[in-house]
Write a protein that binds this ligand. Structure first.
Ligand code: SAM
Length: 371
């Protein structure tokens, strides 16, 4: 499959993927950043994106006018199709704000199943601001993460230690200057028989505890200098900082919005890099059906994944095409070509009559190889 940019109302686009491209169950990762029911127009003035509500100047990139129940219904229709497109090892990340996000959580629990809910990730989006209104300053939004089944693709992400982490977590230094910490080599619970309650260097585990590993392993660690004996004769395992791959990523992420976005509400590409690396593989197809300026598509391309992007806005498609041009090919990024299909000439009525409408699209006439 070629990478694909679809200009289209996304209900039409998603049905096209299901019915014409036969992609049901073939998408490993969906990231979407739909409008947040803000009641605003998002505009571009002299090439600069602005998120000022109802700005009179500039071209409208997109309008975000649906509210309340209408907005939830709008999302529901799309989420049902996205679930169908997801593979059995697939995941979906939905980016939303704190005002409507909790309703969307309930909707997603309903569609994907509460057992497949993985995280409500807090994303720090900006520096603290002075707000006039009563309430605490809002510097975060949320990303709801669900998998299709119990066994999604999961490439454990790791984060490098900060200097402060290293000071706190690895407070000791050996004679070579290597930072390390020590951890107990015994754990709660006594074992009656077996290797983990035997003496190690003549010492039994403390009462009510057992050695974490068998005696042979403890001997091996000791020989390799990986056991530190305290002044009171208590053995502990040495853990060197430079042998750790970093710390586990938690559910609060700081990826501030770009300072000079090419498109309103453009997201930070590092955020997409993390999601794509963690929840997809090299052969995966990544889909964003509210792709805006194409942040997801660019990240997926640079990480060697296949991608599909859908957006109905002319300004979004322009911004995406521009950004994709800037992908640098190198040893690892060798393919930045994609197909572009414009389905916007079709009238959209409802999800139900899409099938019959799809049969009328002269797709061949619309297909245009951009690069
Ligand atoms: C918040 S922006 C996405 C920004 C994007 N994440 C980025 O980094 O640039 C939402 C996008 O969804 C598009 N959109 C909204 N409703 C849509 C629909 N029904 N079909 C297709 N695109 C839609 C808008 O045109 C807009 O570009």
């Amino acid at each position: 499959m070629n990478n694909l940019l679809l200009q289209s109302e996304n209900i039409i686009g998603l049905n096209y993927l299901l019915n014409d491209l036969d992609l049901s169950g073939k998408i490993d990762l969906v990231y979407i950043d739909p409008p947040f029911a803000t009641g605003s127009n998002f505009t571009i003035t002299n090439g600069r994106a602005t998120t000022i509500s109802n700005s009179k100047n500039g071209k409208i990139a997109y309008s975000d006018k649906l509210k309340g129940e209408d907005f939830i219904d709008f999302l529901r229709q799309r989420l049902i199709l996205l679930k169908e497109l997801l593979s059995d090892k697939g995941s979906i990340y939905l980016h939303i704000d704190y005002k409507i996000g909790h309703y969307v959580k309930v909707l997603m629990d309903d569609i994907f199943g509460i057992d497949n809910f993985r995280n409500d990730i807090t994303r720090i989006k900006c520096n603290p601001k002075n707000f006039d209104r009563i309430g605490y300053g809002n510097i975060k939004d949320m990303i709801l993460f669900y998998s299709k089944t119990k066994n999604p693709i999961w490439n454990e992400p790791r984060e490098s230690y900060s200097e402060k982490d290293i000071d706190v977590l690895f407070p000791k230094k050996n004679s070579d200057g290597r930072r390390y910490t020590t951890v107990p080599i015994h754990a709660p619970g006594e074992t009656q028989n077996g290797n983990s309650n035997k003496p190690f260097k003549g010492k039994l585990p403390p009462v009510g505890r057992h050695w974490r590993v068998d005696i042979e392993t403890l001997e091996k660690w000791d020989k390799s200098g990986l056991i530190e004996w305290s002044q009171t004769g208590n053995p502990r395992k040495i853990i060197y900082e430079d042998e750790r791959e970093g710390k586990r990523v938690q559910d609060i992420w700081e990826f501030k919005d770009p300072q000079y976005p090419s498109y309103p509400t453009e997201k930070n590409q590092d955020l997409l890099n993390l999601i794509i690396k963690t929840s997809s593989n090299q052969d995966s197809i990544v889909l964003d059906c509210f792709c805006g300026s194409g942040t997801t598509l660019k990240a997926a391309n640079e990480l060697g994944r296949k991608w599909i992007g859908i957006d109905k806005s002319d300004e979004a498609v322009k911004a995406t095409i521009n950004r994709l041009k800037n992908i640098k090919e190198d040893l690892f990024v060798t393919n930045k070509t994609y197909d572009f299909i414009n389905l916007t000439k079709m009238e959209f009525n409802s999800a139900e009559n899409m099938l019959s409408q799809n049969e009328n699209i002269p797709i061949e006439n619309e297909l245009e190889l951009i690069l």
